[in-house]
Write a protein that binds this ligand. Structure first.
Ligand code: SF4
Length: 332
């Protein structure tokens, strides 16, 4: 269970029930008032090497911008929701982009305002819309601190239109199981071979726990997806990902296998990741591989086209072998 070493908070959170609740929950933790969660001077000045220590803090504020971004994958819109950043440290995490500003866990207590906007947008629409509420953080992890996911599902499930979705790398799903979700919440579990989880996805749940969580969620009636993501082309990637797909086929329940859908995403990386990881995790494996990667503009890298093609053929073949009836939404 995450216990913050310090809390940085905006004063007006005390006017929100969740703000008061969190301040009380962490009564013993040292607290510092801040002007704005987007600009914490003290954290901006920290060295890259201090990255893992910064993640032990909790920042609490209110979300001021509520702009939806159109999306054309599982959801129709990416929606800024109740948190940003995370306490885990996956070496490729795209939230690291600007880490002094956004990589540590920030909680936003004006959840009523955010959920109300989703409900109104959903109910006004002339078709069923799906809202991605987990693109800035991991909501299963956040839920262990705030209970926000339980609150969200309870307050959203009886609205007339719309669906919610989020991805996760965590297995703490028990609080979600008894909820009357009405099939309106699509949970997408992200998986990787255990060896990669161990070497790259620091602080997240083990593969076995994630698989068990998928089975439990299915039993509780949730619609489910599995993200094989991000695929990292380490030297023995074929062996590792082949075993992963085989393990999924063996360990997922028959109910899950009936209709779970897949998304497969190849890793992208950046110069900033390389710099931070070299200093913050000097003993970790290096994810930048100049033989296999190529520039994608503005300090970003992705795998060369030929490797991505080889990857796509490999995954399509393996999926056909082990999950012939299941839909692959995309491989990118
Ligand atoms: S669990 Fe998700 S949000 Fe957290 S560090 Fe890993 S990729 Fe980033």
């Amino acid at each position: 269970m995450f216990k913050p070493q310090a809390i940085y908070y905006e004063k007006d959170i005390l006017t929100y029930p969740l703000g008061k609740e969190l301040m009380q929950k962490y009564e013993e933790v040292p607290k510092f008032e801040i002007e704005n969660h987007n600009n914490i001077e003290e954290m901006r000045k920290k060295e890259n090497a201090e990255f893992p220590f910064l993640k032990r803090n909790l920042i609490i504020g209110t979300r001021k911008t509520h702009k939806y971004v159109e999306n054309h994958k599982v959801s129709d819109y990416l929606v800024p929701y109740t948190s940003s950043g995370c306490t885990a440290s996956c070496l490729y995490c795209y939230l690291v982009c600007n880490y002094n500003k956004c990589a540590y866990l920030r909680l936003f207590v004006n959840r009523e305002q955010m959920l109300e906007k989703i409900i109104k947008t959903a109910e006004k629409a002339d078709k069923e819309l799906t809202f991605e509420i987990g693109s800035n953080s991991d909501l299963i992890l956040e839920n262990t601190i705030t209970g926000n996911l339980v609150w969200t599902i309870e307050n959203f499930s009886h609205t007339t239109q719309g669906k919610l979705t989020f991805p996760t790398k965590f297995d703490m799903v028990d609080d979600l199981l008894p909820l009357d979700h009405q099939g309106k919440v699509i949970v997408r579990m992200s998986v990787n071979p255990q060896e990669i989880i161990q070497k790259v996805e620091f602080g997240t749940s083990r593969l076995a726990g994630r698989i068990q969580a998928i089975n439990k969620l299915k039993q509780a009636g949730y619609p489910l997806g599995i993200l094989i993501a991000p695929v990292i082309f380490v030297d023995n990637w074929k062996e590792l990902y082949g075993e992963l797909i085989q393990t999924l086929a063996e360990k997922l329940s028959e109910e899950v296998k009936k209709d779970v859908f897949f998304e497969i995403i190849f890793m992208t990386y950046s110069y900033i990741h390389t710099k931070i990881n070299e200093e913050a995790f000097p003993n970790a494996i290096s994810l930048y591989d100049k033989e296999k990667m190529t520039g994608r503009g503005r300090g970003k890298y992705w795998y060369k086209e030929q490797l991505r093609k080889e990857g796509e053929i490999f995954f399509r073949e393996k999926m056909k072998q082990y999950f012939p009836e299941n839909q692959i939404l995309y491989i990118v």
